[in-house]
Design a protein around this ligand. Sequence first.
Ligand code: SAH
Ligand code: SF4
Length: 366
Amino acid sequence: MSVKPAIRDLSVSECENWFAEMGEPSYRVNQLLGWLYRNPVAGFENMTNLPKGLREVLHGAFRLWSLNLSQIESADDGTVKLLWSTPLGEHLESVLIPMLRRDEGRAEPHHLTICVSTQIGCARGCTFCLTGVQEFSRNLSVAEILDQVLFTMVWLKGGFPETEALPLVLRELPLSNVVFMGMGEPLDNYHSVLRASSLLANQVGFSHRKITISTVGVVPKILKLSKEPEVFSLALSLHAANDEVRWRIMPRKRHYPLKDIVEALRVFPLPPRKRFTVEYVMLKDVNDSLSQAKDLVRLLNPLRCKVNLIPYNPFPDSPYAPSPMHRIEEFQSLLRQKGLSAFIRASRGREILAGCGQLRWKVEHG
Ligand code: SAH
Ligand code: SF4
């Protein structure tokens, strides 16, 4: 099947070349970039400062959207899961999460965070992750990563009247944070993730620190990232305080030793007053004992970080059970007593299987 190229997969110089070949003046490139990034619109026909004929030529040559929004599921807590399909019938997903601000005891939705995918499947094979237990298929392109965010921005503004409406409360909130915590390992798709992040920061207008790359600890890529001119926030998915436990839940051949991961973070040029986020999924009787909490404190001692304890989101045939909440709270208390910032991350949208890879699994496996 032949599919038109997605326009956001073109670099700026490729856009410039295309306009030059079409005999268009060079200022048109900047006009187009405005519609693609700074003020995204639903269709080429909405790019009102481009001549009508040019809009039609663009429409004939490119796809403005690399993904179709094919399913929307809302949970009672306001979380919305978005299932996208590609022209080849592949599926990937994002989750839109209203973030709450606690004010005088009341929790009010304050802004939106979008959790985006970077790959279809994931080759890292973590056994507690539904994406990891499915087959790896491919990396997403720059356009496919960006379009999860940009389509959602246009949709929030009412730009797709034909698409099922979002709850009003969401439409009024600013979409200000992007986290690469959907399907896939972002650092295994390094160049596209970095290019998409850079465009989100420099063209779309997201703050660098509100773009978070979450990694399972791909040491050479963390070292490479530390030499990049642009710094984004970094989250590390740790899930264990020693290699023995980690390699029980995450296949040894596909993961790095903890001491190398911690060392890569220790030398990372973290901006002043910034901290890493350490993600720790709480698996009952696997990684949730108090002696493991003590080991975690020791392991993280060289790092400026905060720890997010994540209630496990089980899926059909999963070999793990979630830790009971009292155990998560005891684990958290111990970390706090020892001086580590530790939070229990609310499990959002559990009733729509809002964990990584779960809506896609449901659609493809019934
Ligand atoms: N590959 C990257 C980013 C995607 S996974 C990474 O591992 O960091 C995003 C987060 O979701 C990770 O912290 C991962 O451990 C967590 N996660 C995966 N499956 C989960 C599940 N079933 N329940 C709760 N968290 C899960
Ligand atoms: Fe991949 Fe992250 Fe899932 Fe592990 S947790 S399999 S690295 S997506």
